[in-house]
Design a protein around this ligand. Sequence first.
Ligand code: NAP
Length: 370
Amino acid sequence: MKKYNVAVVGATGLVGQEMMRTLERRKFPVKNIKLLASERSVGKKLKFKGKDVKVEILNKNSFKGIDYALFSIGAELSKQFSPIAAKSGAVVIDNSNAFRMDREVPLVVPEVNPDAAFKHKGIIANPNCSTIQMVVAIYPLHLEVRIKRIVVSTYQSVSGWGKEAVEQLINETKSIVAAGIALQGSGRVYSAGSGRPWSASSGRVYSTSSRVNSTTTKVLPHQIAFNLFPHIDKFEENGYTKEEIKMVQETRKIMNEQQMRITATCVRVPVFISHSEAVNIETEEKLTADEAKKILSKAPGVVIVDDPANSKYPFPIDATGKDAVYVGRIREDKSIPHGLNLWVVSDNLRKGAALNAVQIAELLIGSRGL
Ligand SMILES: NC(=O)c1ccc[n+]([C@@H]2O[C@H](COP(=O)([O-])OP(=O)(O)OC[C@H]3O[C@@H](n4cnc5c(N)ncnc54)[C@H](OP(=O)(O)O)[C@@H]3O)[C@@H](O)[C@H]2O)c1
């Protein structure tokens, strides 16, 4: 079997690390691996297939002889270095949002639009993590009854914002737990930890120490421990965040449905890994919940966990470290003639990033791809 020289760009990051594990686990035919990151990481050694590999600094000469360059650095750096890598003859699969809406760049989810991958001109874009898991779950239903409108609310983990956001959740949680946690139950206030005094006002519990010192907050816009906020990426003038707009535009591009009506609310939650989504779809024709389950039970990349009588539905801690997109709470939306509600959960570092990227490379080399 032919083997390929692969560069992992951003190898020390959350996605880069997952890329390396995914290449190993799926036995991608790697001849040589090159690990690239910033100056900060030069000299670090990372294990690949049991061997230590030195991290090198990313520069314009990094891509000589590279066949596939899997990028997971920020958009600005991708814009700078992806064209250089492509010019050197590598096929770039980029995880950032730098090229996703570029007409010349395919945006690929192998379960949905695998053929688009072959139209690349050197760069292929990997979609946003929340978009990937949603389209994997809804596309098989779209093929059956055509989706007219999507209303999605996301519950996104901190790892979706990189390693520093994970550190922020850890640090804030530690500092709050160390100070003590107040719980309210049947009118009584319980405190744990240091047992600091708590004040109750109008039946609710307030604690100054449930807010962490603002100096602990780093990369996310607010405290995330014991909190959540509807703010992922920057706000645009129309009141939506960039993350919400990405979900709309990318879904349309991947599903090749430019007129599809889509609206999204993206929320950051204090979960380490795996995003969850409440997805409502309105379809042209009727599809019962049972019919939807039947279709999804055969859909590539999808696993159904849907047994509400036994409190079984997907959740992030179960999806973490797995490849599948998990779907549950499949039920008819009784407020419209043809509608369904779904609960969709997947590991944002795997299917939402590294796995999807490696699957694209697999498609191109003619191996399994799914
Ligand atoms: N996390 C997700 O779920 C997810 C999903 C889809 C797409 N993405 C996208 O993937 C990209 C990386 O995300 P991540 O979560 O892996 O972030 P991360 O954990 O913060 O890692 C960032 C990586 O970029 C490298 N880097 C930073 N500045 C650099 C420079 N000047 N030159 C070379 N390398 C540099 C870092 O190297 P050092 O360690 O040396 O600083 C690190 O390897 C982002 O564009 C993100 O939007 C992330």
